[in-house]
Design a binder for this molecule. Structure first.
Ligand SMILES: *[C@@H]1O[C@H](CO)[C@@H](O)[C@H](O)[C@H]1NC(C)=O
Ligand SMILES: *[C@@H]1O[C@H](CO)[C@@H](O)[C@H](O)[C@H]1NC(C)=O
Ligand SMILES: *[C@@H]1O[C@H](CO)[C@@H](O)[C@H](O)[C@H]1NC(C)=O
Ligand SMILES: *[C@@H]1O[C@H](CO)[C@@H](O)[C@H](O)[C@H]1NC(C)=O
Ligand SMILES: *[C@@H]1O[C@H](CO)[C@@H](O)[C@H](O)[C@H]1NC(C)=O
Ligand SMILES: *[C@@H]1O[C@H](CO)[C@@H](O)[C@H](O)[C@H]1NC(C)=O
Ligand SMILES: *[C@@H]1O[C@H](CO)[C@@H](O)[C@H](O)[C@H]1NC(C)=O
Ligand SMILES: *[C@@H]1O[C@H](CO)[C@@H](O)[C@H](O)[C@H]1NC(C)=O
Length: 909
């Protein structure tokens, strides 16, 4: 079962995997040491020591803080910065690293108040275990900067912070504030919302309250304040703001430079009045529900350089947007992101936008061709129009002057690239997404001149060619290579892979030979390996020890032989992520390896179908409690079905998607807060193309056991009926005997049940009548007898569903049960051909299984990434990671296509 997915899904997955691999426990405090020359004031030193006492410093981050003689000068302590003569403590910088690997925790002692001169306090990225931000912080008369982002504070934002009358910047983003409590608490005062705190801070220049669960601002109760004249940055991303916030923002209309209201609940039109903000440079309303076009006034914001409106409901012709921005804004605009809207029309000529560097117009309803005028945007660095309905040809005329271009994404359109064989590209691209464009049939020669590529996706581009020499010397910078679904031909062993590859997919091509060269990928960061659907052969090399981060392994549909390598199981002592293993459709022989149960404990999907595996099903497989899909069909497996399938708890538990995730080292502690999962799932489905099935509907529900076509003997163990969420059960074509477990009717989620071609003896258990099958049953039971239990569902099926059960009687079959015959009914049994496969049933199963292949991806992806994203701190770190790495800018943008994932940290200090 090959797992080809479109480029979009893949790159999203990849971005997250990269993020995971970035997590590095070795980082320490970022801050420097104190100023060396100034003796600190004894009172302040005592206050700091008292403060330290309250803290839990498990990682000895404050080892330089001490009372011994050589440590007496507190101005030299880590994170302490003093003034000169006398040495008053001015700054306390105890910011942890953004992964919080060595956090401070414990209690914040009010002894700090002794630091009368303190002007800056930074406790970000520590772990204060959901405690409240202490109210005493509101009493620092001289505090100008307060940074408490991602410090695991909880409870409410103390109103006292509004007493920090000298505050210039505050960032308390991404804690765990409780919005309801917030309101209750505030109501003790004569103030009703968070904005009142802010309104009382006349010197504020920077306000960052992202992910603070802030309730919507109350409309226009804020007239009696003296608003800060200096507020330049407002970052309120990922809160609950509605359009009432616009009015409040206008109080700062002369000073605001940067506004981030992404991931809120802004609806309707963007108000024209915002165009009055005459110093605005950056506006981010990503991920809201804004409609219509942009206001005409925006064209007159002569300072506007970045306009980001991705993932809204904007509509209209793209040319209208461009016309509006053609005022003085056209000279300043560098970044325009309109992706993920419903914008129509063709790509207009941006030629007069002389500063434009970045265009994101992906996932809209754009039609038409790529205008030649694009070729005049000399500054252009990033051009993305993926996933639209554009057509036509892109030629040298479009590209020859774009010497600054480093990211090109034309994927998922009907575009063709026709570049002369001799054409010399003016650019060195780092990111290339051309999935489903037409590039072939020859392998493009210009690609072979790109030496800095880190991401290359030319999947499904109609290339039908021998692999060029370039493959024998891939750029060392290459980390992501997807050439799937072409007709590339050549010896796999000739490809020289860079050691730091993270993703490799050559699925559905014509690669030949053995794959030992893949072992050159020794960088330890490979997380996705898909070689499915080629002509590869030989044994699988024993180099899994290099691939500790591997999550998805798909080698299906080749001619591999030999044993399944034990190095796959040797990962057991390492940190294992492998969640998806598909070795189906090969020639593997030997026993079903029992060590899989021990070695790959978080496996979600195990597909070993269509091989030559023999022996019995090892009981160790039952240790795979997160398993959702087990497919051992079409082998020569014999013996009894182990009586421990009830251990597959993921198949027994309610359909939440994430029950399968808990248990991986990364996600253990993040397995909560799944509210809104459905939303994510919805959006995930957007990124799939060309699938007819409604993944969304079944996503998270799909749980499959397929043991068909083996030589299993003995009874079907009753334990199977405890897998309450099982959707597909296929045990057909074995030699099972005895009774069908009575309790099988408990499996209320079953959509396809195939028990045909066994030697079962009993009647259909009466419990089956309670099963509510929402789809066609696909029930093929063999050698059953007696009356089909009456119950609306079973009766509503086709007689063909009961094929091969000669002794069955009663509706929906035409033959009546003994004693129920009516005189005018024929006594003859109908001719059900029990020896032929039920084709319809087969189709049904195909469908399910096809779905399963898609799900493999989702489970792999969400299994790892989902929980992290619910954990705000990790979300922040993820985007920070991406933001800091230019190569991944695109990945950020892509990741941002997903609802609520778009949350981003600004002003990290
Ligand atoms: C965090 O708080 C919880 C509940 O308030 C408490 O049980 C737990 O011990 C605290 N953990 C630490 C490390 O202080
Ligand atoms: C904050 O200021 C208010 C008056 O605006 C005062 O009543 C209150 O005591 C102050 N709180 C603190 C903690 O200083
Ligand atoms: C606003 O400023 C004026 C003059 O400085 C002052 O009299 C008034 O009390 C202030 N209003 C508020 C609500 O702080
Ligand atoms: C925003 O929410 C507040 C509080 O729920 C409500 O009073 C106000 O009417 C809302 N404004 C808009 C524009 O929906
Ligand atoms: C945009 O395309 C989608 C999918 O093709 C379609 O459902 C939608 O109606 C289109 N919207 C507009 C405004 O054309
Ligand atoms: C069920 O799985 C656990 C490990 O998850 C294992 O210790 C136990 O032996 C298994 N039970 C059976 C009956 O195999
Ligand atoms: C998780 O990883 C850490 C370090 O990477 C390791 O010390 C720990 O034993 C692992 N835990 C499990 C359950 O694998
Ligand atoms: C199936 O197993 C039985 C008993 O274990 C054996 O006699 C028979 O030959 C096997 N059939 C096949 C096709 O392997």
């Amino acid at each position: 079962m090959s797992m080809i997915m479109d480029g979009r899904s893949l790159r999203l997955l990849h971005a997250f995997l990269m993020f995971l691999q970035h997590l590095n426990p070795a980082l320490g405090f970022i801050s420097g040491v104190g100023d060396a020359n100034d003796r600190c004031i004894e009172r302040e030193r005592q206050a700091l020591l008292e403060f330290r006492k309250g803290l839990v410093d498990d990682y000895d981050m404050l080892s330089s803080w001490g009372s011994q003689d050589q440590k007496k000068n507190c101005c030299k302590w880590k994170g302490v910065h003093c003034s000169k003569h006398p040495g008053h403590v001015l700054e306390l910088d105890l910011r942890g690293d953004s992964e919080k690997t060595q956090p401070l925790s414990g209690k914040l002692s009010s002894s700090l108040l002794e630091l009368h001169h303190l002007s800056s306090l930074d406790l970000s990225y520590n772990d204060f275990n959901m405690s409240q931000i202490p109210e005493f912080l509101g009493s620092f008369n001289n505090l100008k900067h307060l940074y408490l982002l991602e410090a695991e504070f909880g409870g409410t934002i103390p109103y006292e912070l509004g007493n920090l009358s000298h505050l210039e910047s505050i960032d308390i983003s991404a804690n765990n504030f409780n919005n309801v409590a917030n309101l209750q608490w505030l109501s003790h005062f004569e103030a009703y919302d968070w904005a009142d705190i802010v309104n009382r801070l006349p010197y504020l220049t920077s306000l960052s309250l992202s992910s603070c669960d802030l309730p919507p601002i109350a409309p226009s109760t804020h007239t009696h304040f003296n608003y800060s004249k200096s507020l330049t940055i407002v970052a309120l991303s990922d809160n609950h703001q509605n359009s009432s916030i616009f009015q409040w923002l206008l109080n700062f209309n002369t000073s605001l430079v940067e506004i981030d209201l992404s991931s809120n609940q802004l609806r309707g039109s963007i108000p024209d009045a915002l165009g009055k903000m005459n110093s605005l440079e950056s506006l981010n309303f990503d991920e809201n529900q804004l409609e219509h076009s942009i206001p005409k006034s925006f064209g007159n914001i002569c300072t506007l350089s970045s306009l980001s409106l991705s993932n809204n409901r904007l509509s209209g012709q793209l040319v209208e947007f461009i016309n509006i921005l053609s005022g003085c804004a056209k000279n300043s605009l560098e970044m325009l992101d309109l992706s993920l809207n419903q914008i129509t029309g063709s790509l207009p000529n941006f030629s007069t936008f002389s500063s434009l560097k970045i265009i994101y117009d992906g996932t809209n309803n754009l039609t038409g061709t790529v205008p030649k005028g694009i070729g005049n945007l000399h500054q252009l660095e990033v051009f993305c129009v993926s996933n639209n309905s554009m057509h036509g040809v892109v030629t040298e005329v479009h590209l020859s002057n774009l010497s600054n271009l480093w990211s090109l994404d034309l994927s998922l359109n009907s575009l063709a690239l026709q570049l002369n064989k001799e054409w010399v590209s003016p650019f060195q691209l780092r990111i290339i997404y051309l999935s489903s464009c037409k590039l072939g049939p020859r392998f493009p020669s210009w690609l072979q001149t790109q030496w800095n590529i880190s991401i290359l996706d030319i999947s499904d581009t109609g290339i039908s060619d021998k692999i060029p020499k370039w493959f024998m010397e891939l750029p060392p910078t290459l980390q992501y290579l997807d050439v799937s679904s072409n007709q590339l031909e050549g010896q796999f062993s000739h490809i020289l892979f860079p050691s730091k590859m993270t993703l490799l997919s050559i699925a559905a091509n014509l690669f030949l030979g053995t794959i030992s060269s893949v072992c050159k990928i020794t960088g330890g960061v490979l997380n996705f390996l898909d070689l499915s659907g080629n002509l590869l052969s030989g044994e699988i090399p024993d180099c899994f020890m290099h691939w500790r981060k591997l999550v998805i392994l798909d080698l299906s549909g080749n001619n591999f032989s030999g044993k399944i390598p034990t190095s796959l199981g040797s990962l057991s002592r390492l940190q294992i992520l492998l969640k998806f293993v598909d070795l189906g459709n090969n020639g593997f022989s030997g026993q079903v390896p029992g060590w899989i149960g021990e070695g790959l404990p978080v496996l979600n999907i195990l597909i070993l179908s269509s091989n030559k595996l023999s022996g019995s099903i090892p009981f160790e497989l039952c240790w795979l409690k997160y398993l959702r899909i087990l497919d051992l069909s079409l082998n020569d497996i014999s013996g009894n079905i182990p009586q421990c399938f009830n251990n597959f708890t993921a198949m027994a538990q309610k359909g939440d998607f994430y029950s399968g995730i808990i248990g991986s080292n990364y996600t253990d502690s993040y397995a909560y807060d799944y509210e809104g999962v459905e939303e994510y799932v919805d959006d995930a489905t957007i990124v799939m193309k060309g699938r007819e099935l409604e993944y969304r509907k079944y996503l998270g529900l799909l749980k499959i056991i397929n043991l068909a076509h083996n030589n299993l003997t003995g009874k079907l163990p009753g334990e199977i009926s405890s897998l309450l969420e099982l959707v597909v059960l296929n045990i057909s074509k074995n030699n099972l005997i005895g009774e069908i477990p009575q309790m099988i009717g408990q499996l209320k989620q079953l959509q396809s049940l195939d028990m045909s071609r066994n030697q079962f003896s009993n009647e259909i258990p009466s419990s089956m009548s309670r099963v509510i099958f929402s789809k066609r049953l696909g029930l093929v039971l063999h050698n059953l007898s007696g009356k089909i239990p009456s119950g609306t569902q079973l009766q509503s099926f086709d007689a063909a569903d009961f094929t091969g059960n000669w002794a069955l009687c009663g509706p929906p079959l035409p033959n009546k049960c003994p004693g129920e015959e009516t005189p005018n009914q024929s006594d003859q049994p109908t001719d059900h051909d029990g020896n032929e496969d039920n084709e319809k049933d087969g189709d049904e199963f195909e469908k399910w299984f096809f779905a399963a292949a898609g799900f493999g991806f989702f489970i792999g992806f969400w299994g790892i990434c989902g929980p992290l994203l619910f954990k705000s701190s990790w979300r922040g770190a993820f985007f920070l990671f991406l933001d800091n790495t230019k190569d991944w800018l695109y990945a950020t943008k892509l990741a941002m296509c997903m609802k609520r994932l778009r949350w981003k940290f600004k002003n990290q200090g």
